[in-house]
Design a protein. Sequence first.
Lengths: 272, 283
Amino acid sequence: MNRHARRLALLIAPAAAVFCAFWLLPMVRIAVLGATGPRGLAAYSAIVTDRRYFDALVSTVALSVAVTVATVIVSGIAGLFLARNRFPGRGLLTAMLTLPLAFPGVVIGFMVIMLGGRQGLIGDLSQHLFGLRIVFAYSIGGLFAGYLYFSIPRVILTMIAAMEKLDPALEEAARSLGAGPWRVLRDVVIPALKPAIISSGAICFATSMGAFGTAFTLATRIDVLPLVIYTDFTYSANFAMAAALSIVLGVITWLVLGLARTLAGASAAAAG
Amino acid sequence: MSTLAQRLRFGPRLRFGLQLFVTLAACVFLVAPVLMSILAGVTRNYFIGIRSGLTLQWLAQVWELYRQTIYLSLQVALTCVAVTLVIGVPAAYVLAKSRSRLTRLVEELLVLPIAVPGLATGLALILTYGGLREFRASWLFILVGHVLFTLPFMVRSVLAVMTTIDLNTLEEGAASLGASFRQRLFGVIVPNVRSGILAGALMVVTLSIGEFNITWMLHTPLTQTIPVGLADTYASMRLEIGSAYTIVFFVMIIPLLIAMQMISGRRRPARIVETADAGAARE
C-alpha cells in the first residue's frame, strides 16, 4: 500500500511541480503584488470605484452577454438543423462551421477586417448595392462580429451533441397533443437542452470576457478589460494595477465556469 | 435524405427554411473571410482586385521575413507535446487510479490555467520570472507558457480513455504474470490508451501553434512564434502580406484540425467537445 501510494506520488510529482512553480507561485505573487502598489488593497476595488476600470468592466460584460445570447440562438438553430436533417454535404457543413476552433484571436481579428475593414467584403457589397461603404471592423460592431466568430464553432458542437440525444418522439407527442411550434420549443426542446445551453453559454461568456487577441488586432477605441490590463502593464508600467485586474478577471471567468458546471450538472441530473 | 424530403413536402416549410437560412448564413460568415484572405494572399493588388493578377510574391516575401517564426512555432509545439506526454500521461494515470479527495483537488487545480485568461497567466509569468535574463530571452520561456496551457488537454484526453478501460484488471493480469511496474506501464497501459495519447498530442500541437495571448506577453524580438508574427504583420504590413502569412498559418493548422475531427468522429463526440472547449484562455 505504502509502496503503491509512493509510486503514485512520484508519478504525479513532475506535473505538480511544473504547475506549482510556473502557475500557482506566479499567480500568488501577482495577487500579492496587486495589493502592494500605490493604491494598496484598494487596487482590487478599483474595478468598481475607478471610472475608467468600471466602464471597461461594464462594456466587457455587456459585450460578452450580447455575444453569448446571439451565439446560443444562432448555434441553437443551426445545431437543431444539423442534428435533425440528413443530407449530402451535412458533414462538410458541420466541418465548415467548426473550422475556426483552432484559430487564435489575432487571426479572428483579421477575419473581421476581411469582412468589415476598409477593403472588406461587406464594404464592397454595400458600395455596390447602395453606393455606401460600410466599415465596422474597428467599432463595437467589429468586436461583436469577432467574438461571435470564435464563439459559434464552440457552442454549435455542444448543441449538435445535445440535440442528437434528444428524442424526436417527445416533440411528436407534444405536437400531437396540440402544442404549436413555439410551445414545443419552449416546453420540450429548450428544457432538454438546458445543460448544454448553460455550459456552452458559460464557456462563451468566459472566453469573451478574457479575449485579448481579437480586440488587440482590431485596435478599437472601446476599452475591453483585457486591453486595459495590457495597456496598464505595457504603456503605463502600472504593474500592481495590471496584476490586480488580472486576478479579478481570472476570478470572474473561473467562477462563471465553475458555477455553470454546477448548474449544468444539477439540471442534467434533474433532467435525467 | 428521406427526412429532408419529408420535411420539404409535409413539414412546416417556413421553419425549415428559416433554419436552413440561419445555418447557411453562419457558414458564410465563418468561411467567407477565410476564402477572402486566401485570395488576398495570392492577389497582386487586393485593392484593385483579382484583375491585377495572381502572384506568389507575397508568400515568398513572408517566407523571407518570417521563416524563423515557422521554425520556432514547430519547435515549441513539438517540444510541448513531448513535455506534456512525459508529465501528463503519468499524471492522468494517477488521477485514474486514485479517486481520493486530494487527487480530485489536483485535477481541479491542473485545469486552472485554462479557466483564467491567458493574459493573466502571461502577466504572472513575466512578473515572476522576467528578471531571470537568460530564461526570459530564450524560447523556453514561451515553452513554459504553452505547457501550462496545453497540459490539461493532454491529461483529460488520456484520462478520458483510462476511465473507459478496466485499468485495474489489465494491470493485475499483467502483474500476476510477473510484469514489473515499468513493464506494465509501457507494455500494457500505454498501448491501451494510445487513442487518448494521439488525440491529446494532436490537440496540444494545434493549440500550441495557435497560442497567442500568453505568447504575446512572453515573446521577445528574437523569440517570435507564428501568431506573434501575424499580429505584427496585421498591424504594420500591407493587407496582401498579412493574408499570405495567414495562408501559411492555415496550411499548418487546417490538416491538424481535420485529423482531430476524424479521430473525434470515431470516439464519443461529447467528450472531445468538452476537452476541446473548456476554458477561457483561448481568444
